[in-house]
Design a binder for this molecule. Structure first.
Ligand code: NAI
Length: 350
């Protein structure tokens, strides 16, 4: 497997693979940039179809973290880790501790946190081997599960998007299709329901769908059909790649706002969406709440004030991106990336 000519290699500073025979750990850690500070990003535990798929994920996700942290105005770089489980292999405390030792060998260039498949308890195991961990569940400044703040950020972004695209301040009766009822998707639905939106939901777990139908009167559809629903807003909150050449022509929403990282299978599709008149809000802005939560812990600040301040700053930034997108007739993603690149260039190391 090649790295330097890998299509998703983007001058990453460091890419390391970690193996521990005893616990069965197979992990990859990618540090995309430490331009603005130590690279911070979650650790994903997943059963990938192949090692190549895991590598692709870590390269793309770590780059996304550079953009996310810079866009959020945080003094942090971008990194990410993936633990690649073999088919049938289970996550164990020993496995997480072996991962912790791999993180520790990087001496703080990478600070890890939760991502899909990882709990605050898992992070405690990692923490027992390395202090370069955030998202802890104990301690005075422990930020714990980041998903409530992520969901709040997605909800706020959805409101900003609706204001811009539909010219309305309320969400009453707005039809929102939510893909994924996990930590973030579930709480997003709760916010949306309280704001009066009508929900269409899906998940691989049919029990969650049944719960959502009972709790919020949500309409439920099979996972394969969620993107094609007749709705105002599509909120991808599962895994990446839902916006691809096959799904794009079937989209009916005018606005796409969701927590999932890398919703676009290929970045070039942002231009296609823009031409179709569909507004896709950049994932790294929409889902930055979680990293703000972790940043408060890293910076040693009390979360409430720090997060409120950063979240409202993010919405102002999103509003600016959307008006520039109109003025320059360019996808919001492109504008957001330009802003981040300017910020990176202006850094002392840039
Ligand atoms: P989660 O693992 O708790 O939930 C994901 C849900 O999506 C699960 O219920 C799963 O069954 C469902 N799912 C997976 N594939 C699906 C498919 N094809 N169709 C329908 N449902 C599907 O993950 P979480 O924490 O809610 O995160 C969701 C997304 O947001 C992920 O992409 C994650 O990387 C991203 N994100 C999460 C943050 C957080 O604070 N948790 C922060 C930033 C990004």
């Amino acid at each position: 497997m090649t790295i330097f000519d890998h299509p998703d290699f983007d001058d990453h500073e460091t890419v390391v693979f970690a193996r521990d025979r005893q616990t069965g750990l197979r992990a990859a850690i990618a540090i995309h940039s430490t331009e603005l500070g130590p690279a911070v990003g979650g650790c994903r535990v997943w059963t990938y179809e192949s090692e190549a798929e895991g590598l692709r994920d870590v390269l793309r996700l770590s780059r996304g973290m550079t953009f996310k942290n810079a866009a959020a105005g945080l003094p942090l770089g971008g990194g990410k880790a993936v633990i690649m489980l073999a088919p049938g292999q289970r996550k164990t405390p020993e496995l997480m501790r072996a991962f912790g030792r791999a993180v520790d060998r990087l001496n703080g260039a990478y600070i890890t946190a939760e991502d899909v498949g990882v709990s605050p308890e898992d992070m405690e195991e990692v923490r027992s081997q390395s202090r370069h961990v955030t998202g802890l569940s104990q301690g005075e400044l422990a930020s714990g599960d980041p998903s409530p703040v992520t969901a709040r950020g997605v909800f706020d972004s959805l409101q900003t998007g609706v204001r811009h695209v539909m010219g309305r301040d309320d969400l009453q009766g707005l039809r929102v299709a939510v893909q994924g009822l996990g930590h973030v998707g579930w709480q997003l639905c709760d916010h949306l329901h309280r704001a009066g939106a009508a929900l269409i939901v899906t998940d691989l777990d049919t029990w969650r769908m049944a719960d959502a139908a009972e709790r919020w009167g949500a309409a439920t559809v099979a996972p394969a059909h969620i993107h094609a629903q007749d709705c105002d807003v599509f909120a991808p909150c599962a895994l990446g790649g839902i916006l691809n050449r096959e799904t794009l022509p079937q989209l009916r929403a005018r606005l796409i706002v969701g927590a999932a990282n890398n919703q676009l299978a290929e970045e070039a599709l942002a231009t296609d969406l823009h031409r179709m008149g569909i507004v896709l809000l950049p994932d790294f802005i929409v889902n930055a709440g979680g990293i703000m939560n972790a940043a408060a812990e890293i910076e040693g600040q009390r979360a409430e004030i720090f997060i409120e301040d950063k979240l409202s700053g993010l919405q102002r930034q999103l509003a600016t991106i959307l008006s520039r997108s109109d003025q320059e007739d360019s996808p919001p993603l492109q504008i957001a990336m330009e802003i981040v690149r300017d910020r990176l260039r202006a850094s002392p190391k840039g």
